[in-house]
Design a protein around this ligand. Structure first.
Ligand code: ZN
Length: 247
């Protein structure tokens, strides 16, 4: 089974379309780690397209804020403005869909899905010290997480915790990580719609669990077209500009 793993799409339809087009016919089942909406200009369109993939989905913090499961009071001012705008745009059935999304961890076959940390869906896992608990406590040896918008992750074997950096080189579509037996993994596909690891290309992953390989993909998309829609919607300029740099 080859899983297409999407996270942090953030209402960026153009990036999502580019990602899906790049891997047509190369996956069997779609998984979505949350934050389909928030920040970007296309919340309904992004949700509609994700739903058409018939994925297993869990919720992210922006999904919760947009549909009123949580209020956006712990968001920074820019994220809050975007969350309020998103709520105002979402069609009723999409608000309902967001409200009904399950919280991670959710298990699909041999892998586990979370938005943030294994023990706390809202916690950021940036550093090895933050990853250790999840590596040890996850019900699966391979766990996918999102939330940080950094592609890569962590592995743990014996007493050895390693940071995995998997950004494909410019010009390459993906780089592959072999998943070793007896090693535990916490892997982040990166963000489709708002990368923050310095590479503006849309990030996602394909996990081939029969061959124990995860492909970390980067796909370029028309950033300027998305930025034009963001300016038209009067979304905060800082959110518009960060797409150029992937930071
Ligand atoms: Zn996010």
């Amino acid at each position: 089974m080859r899983f297409l793993i999407l996270s942090d799409i953030h209402a960026n339809l153009t990036a999502l379309q580019a990602a899906i087009a790049a891997v047509e016919g190369r996956w069997d089942r779609a998984l979505c780690l949350g934050d389909v909406v928030g920040y970007g200009p296309d919340p309904n369109e992004a949700l509609d397209l994700v739903r058409s993939l018939n994925p297993v989905m869990i919720r992210g913090n922006h999904d919760k804020a947009a549909c009123g499961v949580t209020d956006a009071s712990d968001f920074n001012p820019v994220a809050r403005i975007a969350a309020e705008w998103t709520t105002s745009q979402l069609r009723p059935e999409n608000l309902t869909l967001l409200r009904e999304l399950p919280m991670g961890p959710v298990q699909v076959n041999s892998i586990t899905l979370v938005h943030g940390a294994v023990a706390d869906e809202d916690e950021y896992v940036f550093a090895p010290g933050q990853a250790l608990d999840g590596l040890l406590e996850s019900p699966s040896s391979v766990t996918f997480f999102g939330h940080t918008h950094f592609q890569g992750g962590f592995s743990y074997r014996g007493t050895q915790l390693e940071v995995i950096q998997m950004k494909p080189l410019p010009g390459a579509n993906f780089s592959a990580l072999e998943l070793e037996e007896g090693t535990r993994y916490l892997l982040n596909p990166g963000s489709i719609g708002q990368p923050r690891d310095g590479d503006p290309r849309a990030a996602f992953a394909i996990a081939d669990m029969d061959h124990r390989v995860t492909e970390f993909w980067r796909v370029p998309y028309d950033v300027a077209a998305v930025q034009a829609r963001m300016r038209e919607a009067k979304l905060p300029e800082v959110l518009v500009q960060r797409l150029t740099f992937g930071r």
